[in-house]
Design a protein around this ligand. Structure first.
Ligand SMILES: [Zn+2]
Ligand SMILES: [Zn+2]
Length: 327
C-alpha cells in the first residue's frame, strides 16, 4: 500500500471511531475587556450547527473569527442577506448555554438580541430568573424572551435544564447534562455535552475550589466524568483560571488559581486511577482577566505556574479570540 492509501485508510478508520468537537473562541477573557468576554462556539465535528458556551462577547467575537478565517468552510451563501458574522449568528448558532448571569457571561447576547434569530437560552432555573428579572424586563432592556415582565417579544425561549439529566439540544446532534457549581454565593453551572459518537466535552462556568467554597460541587463532577476518561471519551475540559497564585484565598471571590486548578485535577485523577490518568488530556483555560497594570501579562504568569507544576502531564490549551480549535 502506498503512503497516500495508508493515510486515507487512517483517516477513514478514525472517522468511524472518533468525531471530536469543534470550538471557536468568541471571547477569551474573564473581564474587563469589553468585546472579548467569555464565550465559545461548540459543535460536534460531524454536525453543522453550533451552540455557545456563555455569551459574554458575540458579534465582536464573530467578526474576529471571520477575520481569522475560522468560517472559511461555512461562508454565507451569495443569496444570503447577511454579512458573514450575521449569517453565523442567525443561521448557525442554535442556542446559548449560560453558566450564570454575571454580565461578563451574557453581555454579548443582550446587546446582539435586537438582530438575533429565535433560539433557546438554556440554563438552570436560578440563572433564568436573574436573566428574566434583571435584564429582559423593559427597564434594563426590552423583553426579548417569552416570559417575565411586560410585553414578551418571544425571540428567546428560556429552556430550563434539570441537574444531572441528559437533554437533547434542538437542531444539533448534541445532548447536554448540567451540574451546579459554587461561585462565591452565586449558582454557576457546568455543562457536559455528548455527541453522536458518545464522546463528551465539559465546560465549567466560573467556579471556586471546593475547599474555599466549602462545597462538593467539583468533587461530584470529577466522579461523574472519571468513567469517560477511563473510556477515552472525554475530549476536553474547559475550566477557568482567573487569577495567578499570588492571589490569596480570601480574594478569590469564587474563582480558581493555577494551584487550585491543579489541586482539583489531582482529585479528578484520583477518581480515574491508574498510571498518569490525565496524561495529554485537553484542558482549555478560560476566564483569565485582562490586566490594566504595566508589567507581566497575567496569561504568561498563569501559563508558567500551571506548566511548572504539571505533574499530571495534562495538555493546557490557551485560545485567543477568533481561534478555531479541533478537540
Ligand atoms: Zn465571569
Ligand atoms: Zn461570575
Amino acid at each position: 500500500m502506498n503512503k497516500h492509501l495508508i493515510m486515507a485508510a487512517l483517516c477513514c478508520y478514525s472517522s468511524f471511531s472518533f468525531a471530536g468537537f469543534d470550538v471557536i473562541t468568541l471571547g477569551a477573557k474573564g473581564g474587563i475587556q469589553d468585546g472579548n468576554l467569555t464565550a465559545f462556539m461548540l459543535k460536534s465535528n460531524t454536525d453543522n450547527n453550533y451552540i455557545t458556551l456563555d455569551a459574554g462577547s458575540i458579534v465582536n467575537g464573530l467578526i474576529a473569527a471571520t477575520n481569522k478565517g475560522a468560517f472559511n468552510d461555512m461562508m454565507a451563501p451569495i443569496s444570503s442577506p447577511y454579512t458573514q458574522e450575521g449569517y453565523i449568528l442567525t443561521q448557525k448558532i442554535q442556542g446559548y448555554f449560560i453558566s450564570h448571569a454575571h454580565l461578563d457571561h451574557i453581555a454579548g447576547l443582550i446587546i446582539a438580541s435586537p438582530d438575533d434569530s429565535n433560539k433557546p437560552i438554556y440554563a438552570l432555573p436560578s440563572v433564568h430568573q436573574t436573566i428574566s428579572q434583571d435584564y429582559f424586563n423593559w427597564k434594563a432592556w426590552p423583553n426579548f424572551t417569552s416570559q417575565g415582565e411586560g410585553f414578551k417579544l418571544g425571540k428567546y425561549e428560556l429552556a430550563p435544564l434539570t441537574i444531572n439529566q441528559w437533554l437533547p439540544i434542538a437542531n444539533t446532534e448534541l445532548k447536554v447534562k448540567a451540574f451546579p457549581l459554587s461561585h462565591s454565593g452565586a449558582e454557576s453551572t457546568a455543562f457536559l455535552f455528548k455527541n453522536a459518537a458518545n464522546e463528551v466535552i465539559i465546560y465549567l462556568g466560573d467556579t471556586g475550589p471546593d475547599a474555599v467554597e466549602k462545597s462538593t460541587a467539583l468533587d461530584t463532577i470529577w466522579q461523574q466524568i472519571a468513567p469517560y476518561i477511563q473510556q477515552k471519551k472525554l475530549k476536553g475540559i474547559f475550566i477557568e483560571t482567573s487569577f495567578s497564585n499570588s492571589t490569596p484565598d480570601k480574594l478569590l471571590f469564587g474563582h480558581l488559581t493555577p494551584r487550585w486548578l491543579l489541586t482539583e485535577l489531582d482529585s479528578l485523577a484520583g477518581y480515574v486511577g491508574g498510571e498518569q490518568p490525565l496524561k495529554d488530556l485537553n484542558v482549555i483555560i478560560t476566564h483569565i482577566k485582562h490586566s490594566l497594570k504595566k508589567g507581566t501579562n497575567p496569561q504568561t504568569v498563569i501559563e508558567q505556574e500551571l506548566q511548572a507544576d504539571n505533574k499530571l502531564g495534562v495538555n493546557f490549551i490557551f485560545t485567543e479570540q477568533g481561534d478555531r480549535t479541533l478537540l
